[in-house]
Design a protein around this ligand. Structure first.
Ligand SMILES: Nc1nc2c(c(=O)[nH]1)N[C@H]1C(S)=C(S)[C@@H](COP(=O)(O)OP(=O)(O)OC[C@H]3O[C@@H](n4cnc5c(=O)[nH]c(N)nc54)[C@H](O)[C@@H]3O)O[C@H]1N2
Ligand SMILES: Nc1nc2c(c(=O)[nH]1)N[C@H]1C(S)=C(S)[C@@H](COP(=O)(O)OP(=O)(O)OC[C@H]3O[C@@H](n4cnc5c(=O)[nH]c(N)nc54)[C@H](O)[C@@H]3O)O[C@H]1N2
Ligand code: SF4
Ligand SMILES: [Mo]
Length: 686
């Protein structure tokens, strides 16, 4: 039977797959041992690609909502009606909005269609999953290194000490860090005498394997990281080495931190001062070491400060741009060279005045733009590959807001919690009918590589790729608005041109089905890669934000703080319709420490009611010492029981949405990122 190579598009790890096909059906999906990056690694989610292909709930034709019913319509009819309705609403002084979801980051051709759609919509109201995710990291890249896409990559394969703060790569497979097979890489680190330290309010799968795990109170990482820097400073271990010649403001940054006392910072974070001093000593030993932080420190009220402090630690210990430290890639397609650093503050959102960042407003502002009357009110929304009702803070408010729209379009292959509100759902063809290139993720991989995956199954008659849908949607809207027609370059042609600029070509990649290995990450990429030739260690906005940290230190602690979690067999909100992934025990449970459970008369398995100022949900309790006292945890992406959702497997165990509890008024003011971590909640037996 024919077997084809392919890169898995589901998460950031970019594993190489071997896909066995028979008569247009997937027979098996296995790891590709010859893949230059992943060398055979695979996780259970990859096999779900077969389920997506075969899923009877997956939409195959455009649908129009007529009352409570869905009626199949032709593409032409859908595009024409959407264009006319959008043009009419703009002519009446209302606005449109666009929400771009996570799977678009794993779909290079779809990404190429967005500039055209944005032009056609002609709205400042662009939102994406970036502001419930990694945007503080992009802002820090911009502020410190001069470009939002200049990512420091933990060199796990050569380090001696890896410190992971607020990430769980054993479940997530790594994020803003393309690192397939991270578990084996940790084992190798330990086998060569190195250490992994995890800082997390929960003893996660990653923490279980770590050499040390420090419990930290949710939302206090900025204090913990500042204390590490102060401890390094006090021990005389601030030694940036060769970086010193192109650092700007390191002393100013340290001076600004000296207003705090290590003891106060430690007490606030819940990590013992002695642990902090010991870790600082290890980081500053001169051996290769790296600090890495992800969702737990990004979707936090101090998201930007957290990532600034993390990079300051890598700089102060001389570990930036060094083997075994945080390194910079030499990608096949360089998204940094020849593009600006990234925009910010060019305009503001209508209702709350949020500044634009990278051409977007924060999603915490989406619902209010829809519900607040006035000139420029959002009355049309296009959602592409997103499920904001389950993914964004105060999803309940968004759920209600979407019902008031005059026009909503979802480019999605399912009737989800979000797309059920659409007037039109425009479904893309199955994943194997689309080609793949890791445009966004190749540059953040632990090794330089390039790999192209061609289409494996022809696009079925009457179906379209995401690129085609979004391009034709843009054409229809632009046409109805009387804008000049666009003539987009086909994605493959565009990709070939981009590859050729870097000395490769599509043909060269097509001749290498397991990918091209472009070598290990190299040290000494700086200062060459820095836009202004210097690293800005003391951005004014970060220093100013320390006042907010000082104020937080003085605030009284709240009873219970809610955090999220991910599971290896789940992916955000959208793989719960795969029966093979959903088997096993119920996963949408509230983890709670025995002390907190006892105080509330809650036993393991009891149904509990969790509430916040945004809403309430009921879920089973999972009483466990793996979570620290004062903290509770719920996974995100559940809540499939809402009326009209057509996900028959997911609805058998619908769970509840954590984002019915998270709040729109909790965000990082510097980046606009939602602050999920540490939402104050009450828990009672239901
Ligand atoms: N409380 C809390 N909330 C969170 C998080 C958290 O940790 N805690 N995590 C946040 C993060 S990191 C992210 S990235 C967001 C994700 O938020 P979103 O991107 O809004 O949501 P997803 O769950 O990824 O849903 C993706 C949707 O795209 C559809 N889809 C899948 N593949 C394709 C495709 O190829 N084409 C098209 N057109 N559609 C497709 C799916 O059917 C699904 O409906 O959630 C965020 N929300
Ligand atoms: N299996 C699976 N893989 C995925 C996904 C998925 O849903 N499922 N989603 C993908 C996406 S879109 C992303 S963005 C990545 C995310 O990748 P990761 O960031 O690695 O994933 P999370 O599990 O959200 O890890 C966040 C960790 O932060 C901890 N945490 C919460 N609050 C705090 C805090 O205040 N301080 C500290 N120090 N820690 C805290 C949590 O306990 C959790 O262990 O995963 C990707 N991969
Ligand atoms: S780790 Fe991510 S990329 Fe690799 S097989 Fe699993 S879902 Fe696919
Ligand atoms: Mo994400």
């Amino acid at each position: 039977m024919p077997v084809f190579t392919r890169t898995c598009h589901i998460c950031e790890a970019n594993c190489g797959l071997l896909v066995e096909l028979e008569d247009g059906r997937v027979v098996s999906i296995k790891g590709d041992p010859d893949d230059v990056l992943s060398q055979g690694h695979i996780c259970p989610k990859a096999t779900a690609i077969a389920d997506i292909e075969a899923d009877p709930d997956r939409l195959r034709t455009p649908l129009k909502r007529v009352g409570g019913d869905w009626v199949p319509v032709s593409w032409e009819e859908a595009f024409a009606d959407i264009g006319a309705r959008y043009a009419s609403l703009k002519a009446r002084g209302f606005e449109g909005a666009l929400y771009i979801g996570n799977p678009s980051a794993h779909n290079y051709s779809l990404g190429m269609a967005f500039p055209g759609l944005k032009k056609a919509l002609g709205t400042p109201n662009v939102f994406s999953a970036s502001t419930v995710d990694q945007i503080p990291q992009q802002l820090v890249n911009m502020l410190m290194f001069g470009h939002n896409a200049l990512w420091p990559i933990p060199d796990i394969d050569r380090t001696r000490l890896m410190v992971i703060v607020g990430a769980n790569p054993f479940a997530s497979n790594g994020s803003t860090w393309t690192v397939p097979g991270v578990r084996a890489r940790v084992k190798a680190l330990q086998a060569r005498g190195g250490r992994l330290v995890v800082v997390d309010p929960r003893r996660t799968e990653t923490a279980e394997t770590a050499d040390a795990h420090l419990f930290i109170r949710p939302g206090t990482d900025a204090a913990f990281l500042a204390a590490l820097l102060l401890a390094l400073d006090e021990a005389g271990l601030v030694r940036p080495g060769r970086l010193a010649t192109f650092l700007d403001g390191l002393e100013a940054a340290l001076a600004a931190l000296r207003r705090f006392a290590i003891a106060d910072l430690a007490a606030f974070s819940g990590v013992a001062e002695a642990e902090i001093r010991a870790l600082a000593g290890a980081l500053g030993s001169g051996e290769p070491a790296v600090v890495y932080g992800r969702m737990g420190v990004s979707t936090a009220a101090f998201g930007t400060l957290n990532h600034w402090l993390i990079q300051l630690l890598n700089i102060a210990t001389g570990n930036l741009d060094r083997e075994g430290g945080a390194m910079f890639s030499s990608p096949a397609i360089d998204l940094v060279a020849g593009s600006g650093p990234g925009n910010r503050g060019r305009y503001r959102s209508r209702v709350s005045g949020h500044p634009e960042l990278l051409g977007e407003f924060p999603v915490v502002a989406l619902a209010e733009e829809i519900t607040t009357p006035g000139e420029g009110q959002v009355k049309a929304l296009v959602v592409v590959a997103g499920n904001p009702v389950l993914s964004c803070p105060d999803g309940g408010a968004l759920d209600r807001a979407l019902q008031t729209l005059e026009l909503m379009v979802s480019v999605d292959m399912y009737v989800t919690e979000t797309s059920r509100h659409a007037h039109y759902i425009l479904p893309p063809c199955g994943p194997l009918s689309k080609d793949h290139y890791p445009l966004a993720l190749g540059p953040i991989a632990v090794r330089n590589f390039a790999k192209y995956s061609p289409v494996l199954l022809p696009v079925p008659e009457g179906e379209k790729t995401d690129w085609e849908i979004v391009t034709e949607l843009a054409r229809a809207i632009a046409g109805a608005r009387g804008l000049p027609p666009q003539n987009p370059v086909p994605p493959r042609v565009m990709l070939d041109g981009m590859l050729k600029r870097g000395g490769l070509s599509l043909a060269a990649l097509e001749a290498a089905p397991h990918g091209l290995d472009l070598g290990p990450l190299e040290p000494g990429r700086l200062p060459g890669r820095l836009r202004e030739g210097v690293i800005r260690c003391a951005p004014a906005e970060c220093l100013a934000d320390l006042d907010r940290l000082a104020a937080a230190l003085a605030e009284p602690a709240h009873g219970l703080l809610l955090i999220g979690r991910r599971h290896i067999r789940s992916n955000n909100s959208w793989l719960h319709n795969s029966r093979r992934l959903m088997k096993g025990p119920e996963r949408c449970t509230l983890m709670i420490h025995p002390e907190d459970a006892r105080a509330r008369g809650i036993a393991d398995g009891d149904r509990v009611r969790v509430s916040s100022s945004a809403g309430a949900v009921e879920v089973p309790a999972e009483v466990t010492e793996a979570i620290m006292p004062g903290t509770v945890s719920l996974p995100h992406g559940y809540g499939h029981g809402r009326a009209g959702v057509r996900l028959s497997v997911a609805r058998e165990r619908p769970g509840a949405s954590i984002n019915d509890l998270t709040r729109r008024d909790r965000f990082d003011p510097l980046s606009g990122n939602a602050a999920f971590s540490g939402t104050p909640v009450e828990v009672v037996a239901a």
